[in-house]
Design a protein around this ligand. Sequence first.
Ligand code: ZN
Length: 581
Amino acid sequence: MKRKRILLFGLQFIIVMASIGQMHSPADLILLNGKIITVDHHFSIAQAVAIRQDRIVAVGSTNEIRKFGNAKTKIIDLAGRTVVPGLIDFHTHPEGASVSELDEEIPDVHSIEDVLSWIKGQAALKKTGEWIRYPKLFFTRLAELRQPSLAELDSVAPHNPVFLNGSYGGMINSAAFEASGITVATQHPGIVKDKLSGKLTGFIRASAFGLLKLPPQKILSQQQRMDALEVMLKKYNSYGVTSICSGGGDYKTFTNYQELNKSNKLTTRIFQNIILSRSAGTSINTLIDTLKSFKYSTGYGDSMVRIGAIKLILDGGILTGTAYMRKPWGRKAAGIFGIDDSSYRGIVNYTREELVAFVKVANELNWKFTAHCTGGGGVDLLLDAFEEANKIKPIQPARFSIIHGNFFTYPSMQRMAALGVYADMQPAWFYKDADAMKYILDDETLRSFHPYADMVEAGITINGGSDHMVKLDANTSINPYNPFLAMWTAITHRTERGSLIKGSQSISRQLALEMYTINNAFGSFEDRLKGSIEPGKLADLAVLSDDFLTCPVDHIKNIQAELTILGGKIVYDSGNVRLDR
Ligand SMILES: [Zn+2]
């Protein structure tokens, strides 16, 4: 008993000494005279921040914080500039995007004319027979809302095979048919022929992509991939991003990031989702066995590189008419996507029973579960599975999410809120695609497209992300990864072409900023570690070019970082902020 008391006293003594030590050891870096949007519980605004090593040690007024410095402390005079917590992009694919323009720049196209003139230029540059390819060309993002026709492609590239890849389907020209040995006699469900004439249309479904005799893919060395990734993450830093959720990968992707970190080249923190893909004929039990064989689960790693959620691909996409909807795609969509089955609701890769079986095991093994799900039918199906799993073990602590989702009805929002399911959304999709959706969907479905305000009202936490896949530029990428463009979209609920979709679902600047900071920290179970500027948290923050809270609303999308700080170290510097020491 006596001994125990002495031990306890000793422990208290150490704690007191440690806190005195903390009070007296000076800060390494101090930011003064600014407008610090802390995104703390009260969304309070401060003037200054003190940082020691990789942590924030104090937040307050310039006079208070100045006391934390000594002769060695580096001081940054913000001169009134705004500071936000380091931004978090909760859904992006930098591994693929970083190498997408290694050979040549992919053009930003908005119309058939843009596409054709690019192909024409490429044909003039390339040798006869050389392929011209465009990755991820979604024709719903072209003003004409249609694919370039076979005749149009032939007119600009008579001697070069052309392949416009739209993920779940694509267009090729006559030279591509010839080069691949595909003729009108070829029998394959993926080769779409004209119903009346029986002629090739140029449209092929993804199932026929394998028939194309494409040149072998250029093999990149591991070093080339790592170098490209480093460059990509630096570009994210220039928009204030200090953490990302890498939307899909595997254990190798995770170890690549660890390697980058070991060589001090990793400039964003990583939450690495693990995808389990289902190839034809794979049973759900095989997938479950694979999941059980993993020696790690969500959260494994450290504050720089962590394992994220386990992810399944539930359906297709809204830009190709393959998302799994609540009701048949309908007459308008049928004309645009060439759907001839009036009961067609999209593609779905798992039955309800299969999902239930998988989700239960994932929850049992302490994984955060998530799924690529682009249609409302998919949302409802996932919620069915979540409710079943929840009966056995509550899913709320596991912070399950639905990636994309896109279409949320009132009942689905109620169910999500009750289960504590996060909505992992990409405002860039609204920005790029809501214009086309007006011509594709009926009014009722359109109203349920990205209803941010209703979701917040229902009590759902929205995670903000980009789904960046191709190209390097922040604003013209597929999809744009500029988080300020995304926040502007959520704040104005406006599209690229400027239209406001019926029944505005705008949210406040505060809520939009929370989507890209604290909400995403919650999504990766790191809300005690980052997502706000508070003592004890990681010193991840961004000094901005403008005041996010008061600048004219349309200016928000032009904001960039002046300085981005990750764990107390400057990872991006525009050169515009004066460093006193
Ligand atoms: Zn994605």
